[in-house]
Design a protein around this ligand. Structure first.
Ligand SMILES: NC(=O)c1ccc[n+]([C@@H]2O[C@H](COP(=O)([O-])OP(=O)(O)OC[C@H]3O[C@@H](n4cnc5c(N)ncnc54)[C@H](O)[C@@H]3O)[C@@H](O)[C@H]2O)c1
Ligand SMILES: O=c1ccn([C@@H]2O[C@H](COP(=O)(O)OP(=O)(O)O[C@H]3O[C@H](CO)[C@@H](O)[C@H](O)[C@H]3O)[C@@H](O)[C@H]2O)c(=O)[nH]1
Length: 436
């Protein structure tokens, strides 16, 4: 089967590379020339375990090409995956302009052609499939674009994207016709997981509902974590204690600096906006977001409790990526932590194994006000305090006994509860964790 993919970001690139690895011939339309050329030369534009090797293998075998020639890619493909971005607009709603632009391109290149299934993999508001149908009719200007629109939300997590694409917990497809369903069954034939076929509205809602639920779990445990701190309880044990209950489950109950990344914050804003647009009270999600926004203030308060004055002090921020295993710094909790430190007059030296270049690029005005260093030990040398924002395994392996001697004052805030607090205190750190 010939497959077209629009957008070679996290989702599009992983989708394209994995589907080509399964034997499909995949043409990827990417409008960013620099990205496209790099990919065509076999250099992955994102860091994901296993992706680079698979990219090279499938390019070499001729099953994968990156192009800006969308008409040819559209004409050659039976199934077209739409994986472009749906970023937040200022009011929190999803910006649908990239999806709209792709719709136009697809319609204009498939007039009077054979049936094609357009599969929306991007995270989109309920009703998007209908909008695409409506716009398709308008762009076709009375001619016939033989397109069916399906929804196939993607649930992969960054840092484990290839593994999660290939071995998902489930596949959700919102599709109306038997023909469309059968094509999607062919695409996912080799996947051994529950496959849920629904209408497109249901599939679209499933994606936002899943992300909002997971983010709610995180804010919930963060709220409980604050209570644990005030009362001397241990949030990790509380999470374990509730997580054994199969109805609750142990995952997504790690207290920390709050959720970040390119999905949860954006998707919660969009889902709340969708609820509001239907006159519904989605105040629960407003609370989830509010709790998340307040995380950095709580961290700063803890530092102040140890250091008295933060102004003029040097603070090492360990971790810029929104979680370990990725170079992605979109909406990372590090932003609000750094902003809060700067507003206290502290100077910030930040480090991250993969995230520095992206942070400099994406958060340029904030990046100008801080310094970066690749080596965490260098970041810690002479610092008055360190804050762990991302739980990179490498931070566990640091020689903390030696680091303590090299810091100006050995104050350590483990924002991810990753270090052994008894050991750290034994080493002589003024050590703070989260919710314990
Ligand atoms: N990142 C994730 O882990 C993840 C997981 C599941 C779902 N999603 C959703 O998938 C969608 C894409 O996310 P992403 O992180 O891959 O985004 P991204 O911004 O990394 O990638 C989008 C890509 O689309 C390209 N593009 C935009 N318009 C185009 C056009 N007209 N033709 C060709 N290419 C075009 C951009 O240049 C970019 O490379 C979003 O809706 C997101 O919410 C993301
Ligand atoms: O117990 C936890 C689990 C996660 N996080 C944080 O939550 C954020 C999101 O983490 P994660 O879900 O692992 O990362 P994403 O790659 O953003 O994946 C989410 O967003 C994707 C895009 O929609 C979905 O496809 C995935 O299913 C969904 O997990 C990160 O900042 C994590 O540090 C916590 O603070 N505590």
């Amino acid at each position: 089967m010939n497959i077209g993919v629009f957008g070679a970001g996290y989702v599009g690139l992983v989708t394209a590379v994995c589907l080509s690895d399964l034997g499909f011939k995949v043409r990827v339309v990417e409008k960013d020339r620099v990205k496209r050329n790099k990919l065509q030369e076999g250099v992955s534009t994102i860091y994901e375990p296993g992706l680079q090797e698979m990219l090279v293998r499938n390019l070499k075998d001729g099953r994968l090409i990156f192009t800006d020639d969308s008409p040819s890619a559209i004409q050659a493909s039976e199934v077209l995956f739409v994986c472009v971005g749906t970023p937040s607009r200022p009011d929190g709603s999803a910006d649908m302009s990239q999806i709209e632009a792709v719709t136009k391109e697809i319609v204009e290149s498939s007039l009077d052609s054979e049936y094609k299934l357009v599969v929306v993999k991007s995270t989109v508001p309920v009703g998007t499939g209908r909008w695409i149908e409506k716009m398709s009719a308008l762009y076709a200007k009375g001619r016939k674009a033989n397109l069916e629109i399906a929804s196939n939300p993607e649930f992969l997590r960054e840092g484990a994207a290839v593994k999660e694409f290939m071995h998902p917990d489930r596949i959700v497809v919102g599709v109306a016709s038997e023909r469309g369903k059968s094509l999607m069954e062919d695409v996912y034939r080799s996947f051994d997981c529950p496959k849920l076929f629904t209408d497109s509205h249901t599939a679209e809602i499933i994606k936002y509902a899943a992300n909002s639920f997971l983010a709610t779990k995180i804010s919930y445990i963060n709220m409980v974590s604050d209570l644990c701190e005030e009362t001397g309880a241990d949030v990790a044990l509380v999470a374990e204690g509730i997580g054994y209950d199969k109805r609750i489950g142990p995952d997504f109950l790690k207290a920390g600096p709050g959720f970040g990344g390119s999905c949860f914050p954006k998707d919660l804003r969009a889902f709340a906006h969708i609820g509001k647009s239907y006159g519904l009270n989605f105040g629960l999600l407003e609370q989830v977001m509010q709790i998340n926004r307040e995380r950095s203030q709580r961290m700063i308060r803890k530092l102040r409790e140890q250091l008295w004055v933060l102004g003029g002090k040097r603070i090492a921020v360990l971790g810029l990526a929104f979680k370990p295993g990725t170079d992605d710094v979109r909406e990372t909790p590090a932003i609000s932590v750094i902003e809060a430190l700067l507003s206290e007059g502290a100077s910030v030296l930040a480090t991250d194994p993969l995230g520095i270049a992206g942070f400099r690029d994406l958060h340029a005005s904030l990046a100008e006000r801080i310094s970066f260093v690749q080596d965490p030990e260098e970041a810690l040398r002479g610092a008055h305090a360190a804050v762990i924002v991302t739980d990179w395994e490498a931070y566990r392996q640091l020689d903390w006994a030696d680091i303590k001697l090299r810091m100006e004052t050995p104050v350590l805030l483990d924002g991810r509860n990753m270090l052994d607090r008894n050991e750290m205190r034994r080493l002589g750190f003024a050590f703070m964790a989260v919710g314990r």
